[in-house]
Design a protein around this ligand. Sequence first.
Ligand code: SF4
Length: 107
Amino acid sequence: MRLNADGKEWGQVVDWREDPEQELGELSDLFDVTEEQEWQERALCAQTDPEAFFPEKGGSTREAKRICQGCEVKDECLEYALAHDERFGIWGGLSERERRKLKKRAV
Ligand code: SF4
């Protein structure tokens, strides 16, 4: 299973609360989670060595990027990483530094 940089699992289930407004907010969170799970289930990296996607500093990213090139959810993955400001690892075929550059260019 792949973890986010903060160590939380993807698709984490939220708790229900008594406050209806909070429940409504959490309902929409659930829909987001469902969408995330949908593309993450098709993630090619889930079938490979996850360590290749989180190399040590100075380690090679070539193998992870090669896998990403053949991944059908590359765009969704990159969007997710940009939206959630993922700091570590290869997402959507880009390293953290490459994602940062991409964000700067988009501003
Ligand atoms: S694009 Fe790369 S990191 Fe993203 S889901 Fe596909 S294989 Fe995994």
